[in-house]
Design a protein around this ligand. Structure first.
Ligand SMILES: Nc1nc2c(ncn2[C@@H]2O[C@H](COP(=O)(O)OP(=O)(O)OP(=O)(O)O)[C@@H](O)[C@H]2O)c(=O)[nH]1
Ligand SMILES: [Mg+2]
Ligand SMILES: [Zn+2]
Length: 315
């Protein structure tokens, strides 16, 4: 008779996964999925993500089934035209931002936060590289601070840290106690650097920025889970993404998912069918004019709903 074990997926690509046994002394196994395709994984870019719990046969290394998933942080991989799972069963999403190198991109943050909210995973903004603020000049610095404060107004915690100088790391560490978090953001924002700072045993490779384009070189190529019992938390590193096309919500859901839109959703003259573009009696347009919705966020809303509408017609 076959004895099966439960394990947690640490990393994996194609059909080779590193699985760590749960309960008892942790043992690492190299595993493959039995018959290649897991039920429910059809059409996915990757069937399993770090954090997934599986049932497997330690003797043969065959993964037999996927145990219940609490949540998943995913994106729509436009190149592969399929959903890509970045992490599973996480307690928090750390959305990386940088004041510079790569440039601050608030609309990219909108997408990360939306995806976290859609998956019902608490999101935190981690603004890394605060050591680069002084070189920015007062106006630019103030503009970034204002945008970060607007996210705080929407009840997203913002942590200001530097993996380089150690600023804010203790506060971040305190927030992570007992938590499994996934780090997501642009290439070069310092996801891996932060993991190396928080969990030195991770010892992962980080990459210099491309000088000409002031952005990362996609050093991390796949999601990996790092844990450390002494630290009391675990972190999932992910490959840098240029653009996140949300996964899961329908175009019409965006107005209730974006926190600054939600109070007005359904209140327009045309109710929930209002697209908030040019309809009369639109409460979202009124909120935009009154400064209750930032114009960047409105731009994000327009673009995301258009992209999701395309996904719907494609399927
Ligand atoms: N000045 C400064 N540089 C930093 C900081 N954190 C990371 N860096 C640098 O930023 C570059 C990119 O860091 P990585 O940790 O590789 O970034 P990443 O987000 O993992 O990038 P990908 O794996 O490509 O997605 C490296 O040269 C780091 O040394 C910081 O707080 N301040
Ligand atoms: Mg990296
Ligand atoms: Zn409206």
């Amino acid at each position: 008779m076959m004895t099966t074990a439960a394990g947690c997926v640490i990393s994996g690509s194609c059909n080779v996964f590193t699985v760590k046994t749960e309960g008892g002394p942790p043992l690492i196994h190299e595993c493959r999925i039995k018959g290649k395709v897991l039920k429910d994984a059809l059409g996915l870019y990757n069937p399993l993500a770090p954090g997934d719990l599986v049932e497997f046969d330690p003797a043969s290394g065959l993964i037999l089934s996927l145990l219940e998933r609490r949540n998943v942080f995913a994106r729509f991989n436009t190149k592969a035209a399929s959903p890509q799972l970045l992490a599973a069963n996480v307690d928090a999403v750390l959305c990386l931002a940088t004041p510079a190198s790569p440039p601050f991109r608030p609309r990219f943050l909108d997408r990360l936060l939306l995806q976290a909210d859609a998956a019902e995973i608490p999101a935190l903004i981690v603004c890394n590289k605060t050591d680069l603020f002084p070189a920015l000049g007062v106006d630019k610095r103030r503009a970034i601070e204002r945008r970060l404060e607007d996210f705080e107004r929407l009840a997203y915690p913002v942590l200001r840290v530097s993996a380089k100088t150690g600023e804010g790391i203790k506060i971040l560490e305190a927030k992570l106690k007992g938590v499994r978090a996934v780090l997501v953001g642009q290439s070069g924002s310092g996801k891996t650097s932060l993991i190396n700072t928080l969990l030195p045993a991770a010892g992962q490779k980080t990459g210099e920025l491309n000088k000409k384009y002031d952005r990362g070189n996609h050093t991390t190529v796949m999601s990996v889970l790092f844990d450390d019992e002494a630290a009391g938390f675990s972190l999932i590193d992910t490959p840098g993404i240029r653009c996140l096309v949300p996964m899961g919500p329908a175009p019409g859901d965006i107005q209730t998912l974006m926190r600054d839109f939600a109070p007005f959703a359904g209140k327009c003259a045309f109710g929930l069918s209002c697209t908030h573009r040019a309809e009369p009696g639109c409460k979202v347009q009124a909120a935009l004019a009154a400064g209750k919705i930032h114009e960047d966020r409105f731009e994000s809303y327009l673009r995301i709903t258009e992209e999701l509408a395309k996904q719907v017609t494609r399927n």
